[in-house]
Design a binder for this molecule. Structure first.
Ligand code: AMP
Length: 417
């Protein structure tokens, strides 16, 4: 026998039993986002590698270590999308959406790929719900996006949600701050982890993310970006907070909030769930006012977030698991009844019923057992004397006629309207 093959490490199948809960999450997100004017978009699963190199940033973990990048047959470097914001911004530009009324509000539900070390809640293929609002720098955009994420997580029943909010300011302000932070890191170089030390020049902000104890000690006394925002950026952040306060959205201001992509400016946010383990992030996002320009477009502000479906499912409680409804199971008591049963099942489906039919050559007894297993409400049995309808709840059975129309009439009679 050949070796039994398995799915690649860090990927998983979404099995039939997983779908009812998943569908609730997807449907809740769709309803809430579309009611707020966000329209669905789906971009290709792979993109030119350069999109992420430029958009997400050369120095990020995602681009340096986690992308599935390969050459196609034409020798072009392509990458399985590791995130959705850069592709959506590319699509915004490519389809001239800057000519529409701004902001253009888009949402997606797609799979993403990162070559991370798999663990509970961290996979190499995972699904995200995301929302992006492109073309306005109004703080109301930021507040609306945060509110929508908060509402979706609340409606789905995610437990122990915490929302952290910060501001990274504008790139110019960040450059000044970056210098201050680099000075601080260099002054404590010996206490830092090797990785952080190696990145003092390239990406000093990531030092806040380190779980290295020495680095964490050094970061406690590090200068905070929030204390060095320009007046405009500070005003923008205050406006976002005032709107969230007015909407009653609870949040904590986190001065050390950094995110894994270089494109963020001004408002950033992250939601976690206490119900999750080490991988506690449920969703996150922020403003990316320079991204579209980095992709070759005109200066265009934007903001967006993404939330992981698998993490939402792990952190939510009480998601219903409805069993599929079967209105009618079509059985046959005759050896030569197969075509008649097939025709009856087809007509009943056309009439809008959820119908299953015998597909494994069982005896009549076996067919009734199968109908019971499926939870069928009625069974139509084709016999020599016509078609009988069996009510699986009461156990009553009667001959209703010999045509599918007769079965339809009988079913209608039992369920008027
Ligand atoms: P990010 O795109 O890194 O900001 O992540 C946004 C959300 O996507 C996270 O809060 C997680 O819920 C989810 N996520 C990110 N990476 C993974 C992964 N490797 N496996 C499962 N979910 C992930």
């Amino acid at each position: 026998m050949s070796e039994r093959l398995q799915a690649p490490r860090g990927t998983s199948d979404v099995l039939p039993a997983d779908w009812p809960a998943r569908r609730v999450v997807e449907e809740t997100a769709r309803r809430i986002l579309e009611a707020a004017g966000y329209r669905r978009i789906e971009t290709p699963v792979f993109e030119a590698t350069e999109l992420f190199a430029r958009g997400v940033g050369e120095s990020t973990d995602i681009v340096q270590k986690e992308m599935y990048t390969f050459e196609d047959m034409g020798g072009r470097s392509v990458t399985l999308r590791p995130e959705g914001t850069a592709p959506v911004c590319r699509a915004y530009l490519e389809h001239g959406m800057q000519t529409l009324a701004q902001p253009v509000k888009l949402w997606y539900l797609s799979s993403f790929f990162r070559q991370e070390k798999p663990q509970a809640g961290r996979y190499r293929q995972f699904w995200q719900i995301g929302a992006e609002a492109i073309g306005s720098d109004d703080p109301a955009v930021d507040a609306e996006l945060v509110l929508l994420l908060h509402t979706i997580l609340a409606e789905v029943g995610v437990r122990g949600v915490r929302l952290r909010l910060g501001s990274l300011g504008s790139p110019e302000g960040r450059l000044v701050y970056r210098g201050l932070l680099q000075d601080h890191l260099r002054a404590h170089e010996a206490e830092l982890s090797g990785e952080v030390r190696a990145r003092i020049d390239l990406n000093p902000l990531r030092a806040f993310d380190s779980d290295h104890p020495g680095t964490q000690r050094v970061m406690q006394s590090a200068p905070r970006l929030l204390d060095h925002l320009s007046p405009d950026d500070a005003e923008h952040f205050a406006a976002v907070r005032a709107m969230l306060d007015a909407a009653g959205v609870p949040y904590e201001v986190d001065p050390s909030l950094v995110r894994g992509m270089d494109y963020y400016t001004r408002t950033v946010f992250e939601t976690t769930s206490d119900a999750l383990g080490a991988q506690s992030g449920v969703g996150g996002g922020g403003r990316y006012d320079g991204l579209i320009e980095m992709l070759g477009g005109p200066p265009t502000p934007g903001n967006g977030w993404a939330a992981g479906i698998e993490r939402i499912l792990l952190a939510a409680e009480g998601l219903p698991a409805p069993v599929p409804v079967v209105d009618l199971f079509v059985a046959s008591a005759k050896d030569d009844g197969r075509e008649g049963a097939f025709a009856l099942a087809t007509e009943a489906r056309r009439a809008g019923l959820a119908v299953q039919q015998e597909l494994a050559g069982r005896s009549l007894k076996g067919q009734l057992k199968q109908a019971d297993r499926l939870g069928a409400r009625y069974v139509a049995i084709l016999g020599d004397e016509g078609i009988s309808l069996k009510d699986m709840e009461s156990g009553e059975q009667e001959v209703v006629g010999s045509s599918s129309a007769a079965v339809a009439r009988a079913l209608k009679g039992r369920h008027p309207g």
